[in-house]
Design a protein. Structure first.
Length: 47
């Protein structure tokens, strides 16, 4: 029974790490898309 519990926890941890990795990748993707869409306008300030 202990082996089954340990295996379940191991799978749950791997699944959690995979979800965390996907979320991190989405955050980076949204950041990059935002920077690309703003383009050169980031440095231009309205007076």
């Amino acid at each position: 029974m202990d082996d089954a519990e340990a295996e379940r926890k191991r799978r749950q941890r791997r699944r959690s790490l995979a979800i965390a990795g996907i979320l991190f990748a989405l955050v980076v993707l949204f950041f990059i898309v935002t920077i690309v869409r703003l383009g050169g306008n980031v440095a231009v300030r309205a007076l």
